[in-house]
Design a protein around this ligand. Structure first.
Ligand code: NDP
Length: 247
């Protein structure tokens, strides 16, 4: 059974940028479905808050690097709601170390969470989007794809790969009116930055022409635009949102 309101799937919506996207898209009247890995409390509070405002929101515990979990959840959602209008592949982690010290486990954890999840989620929903004849896929990359960050070869590999995936997939599915784009944030004020010491933060800020860290709303606004009619002729592109850091 389908629903009349378009629904969107957001991976990693319980905290940070994903949470900002959940809030913004729900307020635009999309029916928002998001996943999280372990933050059950945060997810429940977020859903409650959004529902109290009169919007539609559901949160599911689903490790998007786990093929079985993605297959089960996507099948359930498709049978209930049909094709999603949009997929936002946002879930991501860092496990930083210089390459010479990086454990195999740290390499694989980041690759599977940030990159294999993109294959799994897109693969699960794309056939339905193709049949529906419209759709929008967003990949959450990072400026780390363009600008070196010591200790992040695993993370950089995943974020650069998304840009290649975006181009290839945009060409594969354009004729079905499914658009594929990437957003590459700079430094956004979320828990992911908590490990950066205050002194280093100050130095990083001095390299941002707009003079401030990005907010989750800065990213959510661009995604909202890409999903809106304003984005209807845009595909295969990467949008750097970094306050000018890479200018
Ligand atoms: P946070 O750590 O604040 O939030 C990460 C979100 O992803 C959480 O909801 C988390 O769920 C979820 N998540 C992590 N692993 C999994 C998994 N295996 N399955 C399902 N959900 C998972 O990160 P940010 O909001 O800062 O980052 C979001 C995205 O933006 C990432 O892809 C990141 O690489 C990218 N980015 C962030 C930047 C920044 O400055 N913050 C800059 C550039 C890119 P749970 O709460 O359960 O752990």
């Amino acid at each position: 059974m389908s629903i009349s309101t378009p629904w969107v799937f957001i991976s990693g919506g319980s905290r940070g940028i994903g949470k900002g996207i959940v809030k913004m898209l729900a307020a635009q009247n999309y029916h928002v479905v998001f996943t999280y890995k372990s933050s059950i409390n945060e997810a429940q509070i977020l859903c409650q808050e959004i529902k109290q405002q009169g919007y539609r929101c559901e949160g599911y515990q689903c490790d998007v690097s786990n093929a079985k979990e993605v297959t089960t959840l996507s099948a359930e959602l498709i049978s209930r709601y049909g094709a999603p209008y949009a997929i936002i592949n946002n879930a991501g982690i860092t496990q930083d170390a210089l390459l010479i010290n990086m454990k195999e486990e740290e390499w694989h954890n980041v690759i599977s969470t940030n990159l294999s999840s993109v294959y799994l989620v897109n693969h699960a929903f794309l056939p339905e989007m193709i049949t529906a004849g419209e759709g929008c896929i967003i990949h959450m990359s990072s400026v780390t794809a363009f600008k070196a960050n010591s200790g992040q070869v695993n993370y950089a590999a995943t974020k650069a790969a998304m840009i290649g995936i975006t181009r290839s997939l945009a060409v594969e599915v354009g004729r079905f009116n499914v658009r594929v784009n990437t957003v590459a944030p700079g430094l956004i004020d979320t828990e992911m930055l908590d490990h950066i010491p205050a002194s280093h933060r100050k130095k990083l800020l001095s390299n941002i022409p707009l003079g401030r860290l990005g907010s989750v709303e800065d990213i959510a606004l661009t995604i909202n635009f890409l999903l809106s009619p304003g984005g209807r002729y845009i595909t295969g592109q990467t949008f750097v949102i970094d306050g000018g850091m890479t200018a």
